[in-house]
Design a protein around this ligand. Structure first.
Ligand SMILES: NC(=O)C1=CN([C@@H]2O[C@H](COP(=O)(O)OP(=O)(O)OC[C@H]3O[C@@H](n4cnc5c(N)ncnc54)[C@H](OP(=O)(O)O)[C@@H]3O)[C@@H](O)[C@H]2O)C=CC1
Ligand SMILES: CC(C)(CO)C(=O)C(=O)O
Length: 319
């Protein structure tokens, strides 16, 4: 399969390297010092069960859009959620100019990326998805470290029953086969919108608390106070999901908490962003919950406090 990974950071770099190793043609789209390192030294990926170090095909977004979209079977989007719309607009212009539409798979956290992509690119061009049970980060330009089984959860947007037939639904079965054959465990779902909300239960529960405290998932899930806070944030997320007609029960909270408990001593992407001085995905994570709560006439007080502390930079600095 010919894959362009837009945003070859932690998630894009790790999964892209896996797909490359499995025999797919992968083009990594990056920028800045990371892109320069990829060009000069290639990409090194270190995972306990997988290592790859070598040259990769890479470019920036302008370089990608200067080529022919028909040269790709799928575009995998792994930029942070705040950049989704801007990238979608670039893709639409590229597809229009090239006279060819390429299906786009989102592998981001948050429940709004696929909807934004569908608005800009058309609902028949979008595949929903996210990375589960993986912690993967750019350690230094050109160098990615990852841990965890690294599953892909994916499905036609917004769910199999309501999906509009088109390029995405045509490609979907082949995409699942290619990922599976390439050693990336795939969980195929008929209701990706629901699964995205279940993932948001994890992210709104864990990520803000990790970014505020600097603690890893193991410490946070075993400390009774932070574990109780995470569960409370998870419940607020589950309540907010009703605005999108997604019903989540206490069993979902237990299952998502268990995933957090089993993550081990990993840093969340939000903690890494905070440590590296990058924007936090607050709109996509806490903001999505707060907006839905408002829509339902509810409040989500713990989420509101987390978002406010993080927006104001009130986190714990070690030392
Ligand atoms: N990291 C993890 O373990 C997990 C992350 N996720 C989710 O996956 C998504 C990706 O996260 P993650 O991999 O951590 O993010 P990263 O920040 O590591 O990677 C995103 C990359 O995209 C690059 N980028 C952004 N805009 C452009 C552009 N216009 N052109 C070229 N490159 C661009 C960024 O560059 P720059 O650094 O210059 O901004 C960065 O290298 C997020 O939604 C996250 O929540 C989900 C599960 C686990
Ligand atoms: C919680 C975690 C590690 C789960 O994969 C994640 O999604 C993130 O770091 O953003």
């Amino acid at each position: 399969m010919r894959i362009a990974v837009i945003g070859a950071g932690g998630v894009g770099g790790y999964y892209g390297a896996r797909w490359l190793e499995a025999g797919n043609a992968v083009t990594f789209v990056a920028r800045g010092a990371h892109l320069q390192a990829l060009r000069e030294r290639g990409m090194r990926v270190d995972h306990p069960a997988f290592t790859r170090d070598g040259a990769v095909a890479c470019t920036d977004l302008d370089g990608l859009c200067a080529g022919d979209p028909a040269g790709f079977d799928v575009i995998v989007l792994t930029v942070k959620s705040g950049a989704t719309r801007e990238v979608a607009e670039r893709l639409r212009a590229w597809f229009d100019h090239g006279g060819h539409r390429v299906p786009v798979l989102s592998m981001q956290n948050g429940v709004d990326n696929e909807g934004e992509l569908a608005e800009v690119l058309g609902p028949d061009g979008v595949i929903g998805g996210f990375a589960l049970r993986v912690a993967t980060h750019v350690e230094a330009p050109g160098h990615i470290t990852a841990t965890g089984p690294g599953q892909v959860v994916t499905g036609l947007w917004p769910n199999r029953a309501a999906a509009v037939a088109g390029p995405a639904s045509t490609l979907f079965p082949e995409l699942v086969r290619a990922f599976d054959a390439g050693g990336t465990p795939v969980i195929e779902t008929d209701d990706i919108r629901r699964e995205l909300w279940r993932k948001l239960v994890i992210n709104n529960g864990l990520n803000p608390v990790s970014a505020l405290t600097g603690w890893d998932a193991e410490r946070l899930s075993r400390n009774p106070d932070t574990a109780a806070l995470i569960r409370r944030l998870m419940r607020e997320t589950a309540a907010a999901a009703r605005a999108d007609h997604v019903e989540l029960a206490e069993a979902d909270i237990d299952e998502m908490f268990r995933i957090v408990y089993d993550l081990g001593p990993i840093k969340t992407s939000m903690l890494v962003d905070r440590e590296q001085g990058r924007p936090l995905e607050l709109d996509a994570i806490c903001g999505a919950v707060l907006a839905r709560a408002r829509q339902l006439g509810d409040d989500a007080p713990a989420t509101a406090v987390m978002a406010s502390l993080l927006r104001n930079g009130l986190w714990h600095e070690p030392g």
